[in-house]
Each structure stands twice: as C-alpha cells, then as structure tokens.
Design a protein around this ligand. Structure first.
Ligand SMILES: C[S@@+](CC[C@H](N)C(=O)[O-])C[C@H]1O[C@@H](n2cnc3c(N)ncnc32)[C@H](O)[C@@H]1O
Length: 428
C-alpha cells in the first residue's frame, strides 16, 4: 500500500473538462481528457533523448501529439476503431500542403452547393412532435443502431451527402476530411455530452451540416499549416487491447485508462462509429463494448466474470468490492457497481502484467486515474491501482494528486492523481 510519503499534492496544468483547446489537439477530443500542457509536462519529465513512449489507451492521441511536438517517438493503442483513426489523422504531419489544399478546395466547392439547400442556422422542434413524426421510420438509418432519437432524418441525409462527397475525394486526404465530418456530427445531433450522455432538451430537426463541415475543414487546414513537416519522429497508432497488445519494447508509459466512474467511451462515440461506418449494427457496438475495460455499470458482462475473480485476488479490490456490495445490497436496480469495480481491476491487472512484460527494466509507467463514488461509497482508484501494481512487481514511486474536489451528491472528496510506477524486474 502506498505510504503517505509517496503521496504528493501538486496542481500542474490539470485536466480539462472539455475539448476546446486550439490547434490539432482540438480537432476531436473526449469530453473529459487531460490537457496538452499536462501531457507535455509529464512527458518532458519522463523522456530522455531517443526514448519510446507507449500509450496503451491512446484515445484522441493527446499524449502522442504532445510527445511528437517534443521530438519523442511514440506508439499507441486503443480498442475504439474510430478513435484509432482520429489519433492517426492528428499525428499525420506528412501531407503535402498544396496537394491537400487542392483537394479541400474542391470539396468546399461541393459543400457550398450543398449548403444552398440548408437552413442558415440550426432548427429545433419539440420532442412530442419529433417522436410522433413518421420521420423516425426513415429508411436511411444504419441498421439497428437505434439512432433515430439521436439524429434527425434530415440531418442524417445531409451528413450522408457530405460523406459521399468525401468518398469521391482523393483517398490520401479522406481521413482528414472524415475527421472534420466527425466533429460536425455531435453538434448537429440531439446528443448532449455533459459529460454524461443525454438528449438535448429540444431536438434538432435541421442543421447547416455542409456549411459547418466546410468551416471545420478550413480551421483544420489552418492548424495543419502550423505542424506540417515539423517533426520527424515516428508516432504509430494501432487498434489493440491494452491487456494484450503492445510494442516489443518501450522506455516509458504515460497514459490514462478509463476511470471506474461510469464513463462509457463507446456510447459517447456511437454516432461517429455508426455514421462513419465503423459499425453497422448494435451487435458490432456491443462486441467492442465487451472488450473495453469495464469502467461503467453498463459495461459489466457475464463473459467477463473471470476479470472479477482476477480483480478480487487483490485485498484492496476485495475491500472496495465488499463495502460496495454491502451498501448497494438490494439497491442495484440491475446495475452492479461492486462487480464493475472488481471487473475493472481484473482488467487492469491484465494490463499491468502486459506492461511488466514489455516495459524496459526500471522503466516508468505514469498512470492518470480518478476516484469514483457509488451511493456514498468512495472508490480510491489511485490507491487501489497502486496496490494491485505492487502485487505484480512494480514499485510505487509516488502518487501525485493534481485535483481534488468535494462531491456533494455522495458527500466525499474525489481526487485525480498520477500513479507513478517503476518496473522492477531483472534486466534480461
Ligand atoms: C481516458 S480515455 C483516454 C483518453 C486519451 N488520453 C486522449 O487523449 O483522448 C480511455 C481510452 O481507453 C480506451 N480503452 C478502453 N478499454 C480498452 C482496452 N481494453 N484496450 C485499449 N483501449 C481501451 C477507450 O476507447 C478510451 O479511448
């Protein structure tokens, strides 16, 4: 267990709660994510010349972009295929700018003609009317992904028209264009991310999709000019499970796994996954969800029961599980936070074992993680992770707390920390 001397409270740049940063970082972000500055500070403190960063939960690529700006090579993995393409696109600084400009100009021209049939601003309606309208039966929705309430049929058609124009553009620029479309999708939909997912209070019936998309493209192009050709270090991103995948060798890890706090990353990106054809039905979505680290009560699956048993081998996890199970007994309403926490740490045990094997001897793994609470029971995620890691043979160098706030709903203080682990293994 981490001793008090290993726990430090500092407030470096911190984590943002939204993605409104400028430049490439802001092209597409999760609602909750660490800032570029936060990642830069940590990578600067961990990297030495020639080192390779491994980002096992690369998401939108914040750590890898920060590394690239600092001249540090990186390799990243994520299980969400859409996010893998997001990160790849943000990290591809080798496109010829004049060639890109030509393709974008042709697409913007096409968008200008599509925009002639669009409203000048978004148009809202009422849910009663929205649900009543036969529009919900419109044939255009991708099979069985249950999108009808999330996006109006008219908006969907506008997105599909832009999508077809992208499909006719040069292949080498399509990822760039698709990312601009992805970041247009949520504002045009009835999905509100706050950071939990809910519906807008009034549904959006129509939206100037082509116009907003063209503006996004221009903004991205301006950002791109700032970075084009500025870095020669490699930055790869792969589709892969953090519990098994990884490079043969890495010098250090800087990452943020999901927190066991009910954030559902696949649900958050379901519109993009469906509208950009990464999934074609609800089964595809569920298949990916089942592989994710179990960070939400809605991501507890029978098939992953082995993760619960594995998690419960740690006494810290067992204590958290018991106190959740006791408090929540009879109050689960079908959702089981105790099982979720046990499955979460079982999954993280697999992740840590994978790191142990691939990270160099005495290499550092800096893990950004936050507490959670259920029915007033606090889960001290950082301390539990530290104890699990110690059981696998990591040394806990320190736990740096960078944010703490009072959660009035549960009347507990919840904090976010960076757990700094050293891979103590005999050099081979
Ligand atoms: C906290 S987010 C990472 C955010 C990231 N720092 C960024 O810049 O966007 C956690 C990520 O872990 C991914 N994830 C969850 N389970 C995974 C697994 N088993 N293997 C790989 N990635 C996983 C999710 O898709 C999500 O992108």
């Amino acid at each position: 267990m981490a001793t008090p001397s290993q726990i430090r409270a500092t407030m470096p740049a911190g984590k943002s709660t939204n993605g409104d940063e400028d430049g490439i970082f802001g092209w597409y972000r999760y609602v909750q994510d660490f800032t570029a500055e936060f990642a830069s500070q940590w990578i600067t403190s961990l990297a030495e010349p020639g080192m390779l960063l491994w980002e096992p939960f690369s998401g939108s690529g914040t750590a890898q972009i920060a590394a690239k700006q600092l001249g540090v090579s990186s390799v990243g993995y994520d299980l969400n295929p859409f996010m893998v393409d997001v990160a790849k696109t943000k990290l591809d600084w080798g496109l010829d700018v004049r060639d890109l400009r030509r393709s974008l100009s042709a697409l913007v021209k096409k968008c200008n003609s599509l925009a002639k049939n669009e409203p000048s601003d978004l148009e809202r309606g009422s849910w009663t009317k929205y649900d009543d309208e036969a529009a919900l039966d419109a044939a255009n929705y991708p099979d069985d992904v249950k999108l009808a309430r999330w996006i109006s049929p008219l908006v969907l058609q506008r997105i599909q028209a832009v999508g077809r124009a992208i499909d006719r553009s040069p292949l080498r620029h399509q990822n760039f264009m698709r990312l601009a479309l992805a970041s247009t999708v949520v504002p045009a939909s009835n999905m509100a991310l706050r950071p939990n997912i809910c519906y807008e209070s009034r549904p959006i019936l129509d939206f100037p999709v082509a116009r907003s998309f063209a503006a996004r493209l221009e903004k991205m192009y301006d950002d791109y000019l700032e970075v084009a050709g500025t870095s020669v270090v490699t930055a790869q991103v792969h589709l892969g499970d953090a519990r098994h995948a990884g490079p043969d060798y890495a010098d250090f890890i800087f990452t943020s796994p999901p927190y066991p706090n009910d954030m559902e990353y696949i649900h958050q990106t379901r519109l993009e996954l469906a509208l950009l054809n990464y999934v074609s039905n609800a089964k595809d979505l569920t298949r990916i969800k089942k592989q994710m680290i179990s960070s939400s009560v809605k991501l507890v699956y029978r098939e992953n029961a082995w993760q619960k048993s594995l998690g419960l081998r740690s006494s810290a996890v067992k204590r958290a599980y018991d106190s959740l199970a006791l408090t929540l007994e009879g109050k689960n309403w079908g959702w089981n936070a105790a099982d979720m926490v046990a499955q979460f740490y079982g999954g993280m045990t697999k992740v840590l074992e994978n790191w142990k094997h691939r990270l160099r001897a005495d290499g550092t793994a800096a893990v950004v993680i936050g507490d959670s609470a259920f029915n007033g029971v606090k889960v001290a995620s950082d301390l539990i992770l530290a104890e699990v890691a110690e059981g696998i043979g990591f040394e806990v160098k320190e736990i740096e707390v960078f944010r703490e706030r009072h959660n009035s709903k549960h009347d507990v203080n919840l904090r976010e920390s960076v757990v700094v682990l050293i891979n103590r293994k005999p050099a081979t």
